[in-house]
Design a protein around this ligand. Sequence first.
Ligand code: IMP
Ligand code: MG
Length: 332
Amino acid sequence: MPCTVIAGSFWGDEGKGKIISYLALKDKLDYCVRTGSVNAAHTVWFQGNRYALHMVPAAFVYEKCRLLIGAGANVNVAKFFEEIEATKVKNRIGIDQQASIIEEKHSTQDKTNTHLKGLGTTGWGVGPAVEERVRRTAKLAKDIPELKPYLTDVATEVNSAMDAGKKVLLEGTQGVMLSLFHGTYPYVTSRDTSASAICSEAGVGPTKINNVLVVFKSFITRVGTGPLPSELSKEEAVKRGWFETAAGTGRERRSAPFNFELAKKAVMLNSATEAALTKLDVLYPECKGARTYDALSNEVKRFVGEIEKHTGISVVLIGTGPEALDIIDRRK
Ligand code: IMP
Ligand code: MG
């Protein structure tokens, strides 16, 4: 059962895009299924170019990987066409015929509703689109003539692929602290973001998964409203080099130091089997570009060891720079 789920640990923006692009190239993934919606941007740096992907799976960097958008996802049609053009993946991307469509009206509702604005939503309209899906009035991908050439049955495709021994990756979006069920409600997104929900959106059952890789960032960030334990002032974040702006909306990200208790909870909620740690070079600039664990100082190794001790799982991939291949790979 060569199926890996990639799940976010905190409030999204942990660097899942980078980890997925690395795995695509290194493991030669056969299939990658994106879940969630256009509100999430996955940043991929490849061959000097930067992509902030809202629709196309981050594994596009490996040219033989079949790219899919699951039935539980929401599709913004304009963004889909814009990105398949930019990534040149027209001939190897498919959308589940039952994926929901986000329309302009959903975005307008998201941006003008006082309650949603108060939550600091991204304004892409995902909450209102999900409401329509629940009411069973949503348009589906199969209702849109321009999407005809891309329609498929994602669950059947990936389950057959797994049966044939192909390598499948399910791409989660956001982080588990933004989960509608397990996150910091009401300051959450409009779906469950845990590993189980990622499987469900793709149409894969839990017994088919042999690896749940949770992605930690070396410090924590959050955009929008809601609690963030040990939050730093913007001034302090800038001083530490942790200040970021959102890849999707350009909003300023709030930040806080790595939180071992939250990491432990994220591992539990996802039943994670192993972890990736991104942006170690931001926390410890001396790590920049390192490709071997031995190249790290004892202090840095102690930090990685603390994470493993608290969470009970191994940190198998460590990001040391923005490019897809800037990774220390400790997998056997
Ligand atoms: P919505 O998902 O646009 O409804 O926004 C709800 C909350 O989730 C807000 O706090 C957003 O900032 C946050 N959120 C949604 N998508 C992402 C993401 O991809 N990264 C980080 N935060 C996100
Ligand atoms: Mg993001």
